[in-house]
Design a protein around this ligand. Structure first.
Ligand SMILES: [Zn+2]
Length: 328
């Protein structure tokens, strides 16, 4: 790595053990002119389901899962299944020596899904792609958005959105173990929070699964398993089809974490005051958690759960960790 690259990436050096699958073969869409989108229509009544990979270009697990499905020439038994590789342009720049650099080209694709942003005058690589994908997103009854996380060894979790309405879907999948209901992101709307997905009166459901750590084979196994579970749940494939794939054991139970406030950096001086890891539980309320100049954060309640603490240097306005609690 050149000195310039060393400066722009965190000091920890995760082993990159996944590679992007050969996506070029999926460039030409199925049932659509939009590249890297495959609409698999059973020709029979049923739900419209969409599974999305690569909203973040360096989160390879979902792309590996969709590549496997497409390579098996999946044909749903009912309804319509849309498989989409989102930020292929960013993924095309994936470099194992600088694996964080290909998260996006211009901006975070998972903060663009508000109508005012999508229909607004701004332009970026991610906005252009989001504008191509949004008709598919808006037509989906059920959405599964596959992601992964920074922290090595991070256990997978499902973000059910800002309401409880998609929790039953996450529970029906039975995987992964931890479910989150959160408050979204101030920086912009996620795909799972768009339109009917966030409307408690709409039957549409969306979940985002953080399948594990970026670039660890376990995250690709989780992405594949969760996708198969969704297809089985929707009766788009049968048991024999599912059993023909490598599977993960079902966790004994799923636990829901209700996420409250986020801790947002004000400057590069931001630092945690204790060792952090994803899903760490801090027993006592009032435990010093982080500081940034004169600002100090303590845990707001007992049994405080840390959600995806950032390992990167603070940038003003960046969420460094979110705080939650397990629901009884
Ligand atoms: Zn992501």
């Amino acid at each position: 790595m050149t000195p310039a690259l060393l400066e722009s990436f965190p000091a920890f050096n995760p082993e990159v053990r996944l590679q992007p699958p050969p996506l070029e073969r999926w460039r030409r869409g199925t049932g659509t002119d939009v590249e890297f989108v495959h609409v698999l229509d059973s020709g029979r009544p049923g739900p419209v389901a969409m599974v999305v990979a690569l909203v973040h270009g360096n989160e390879l697990c979902g792309a590996i899962a969709l590549d496997r499905l497409l390579a098996r020439s999946l044909r749903p038994l009912r309804g319509r299944l849309v498989l989409a590789f989102a930020n292929v342009e960013a993924c095309g720049r994936f470099n194992p020596l600088a694996p964080f650099a290909s998260r996006c080209v211009d901006e975070d694709m998972n903060r663009l899904w508000d109508e005012a942003v999508l229909r607004g005058p701004r332009d970026s690589v991610e906005l252009r792609r989001a504008r191509e994908l949004v008709p598919f997103v808006d037509a989906a009854d059920v959405l599964l958005d596959l992601h992964s996380m920074q922290e090595p060894g991070a256990p997978a979790l499902t973000i059910c959105g800002m309401t409880d309405k998609s929790v039953p879907l996450a529970r029906a999948l039975g995987q992964p173990e931890t479910l989150l209901v959160d408050t979204g992101h101030a920086a912009g709307l996620r795909m799972i929070d768009r339109g009917g997905f966030a409307d408690p009166t709409s039957p549409r459901q969306a979940v985002l699964v953080e399948c594990g750590a970026h670039w660890e084979p376990a995250s690709a196994a989780m992405a594949t398993d969760v996708t198969l579970r969704l297809l089985r749940h929707l009766e788009m494939v049968d048991d024999a089809w599912v059993e023909a794939s490598p599977r993960l054991p079902t966790p004994a139970r799923q636990r829901l974490v209700r996420v409250g406030e986020g801790v947002t950096a004000a400057s590069p001086d931001f630092r945690f005051l204790l060792p952090t890891h994803h899903l760490k539980v801090i027993p006592a309320a009032g435990t010093p958690l982080a500081e940034d100049g004169a600002r100090r954060w303590v845990t707001p309640h007992g049994d405080c759960v840390l959600i995806m603490p950032s390992r990167r240097a603070g940038v003003a306005g960046q969420t460094m960790v979110r705080l939650g609690r397990y629901e009884a």
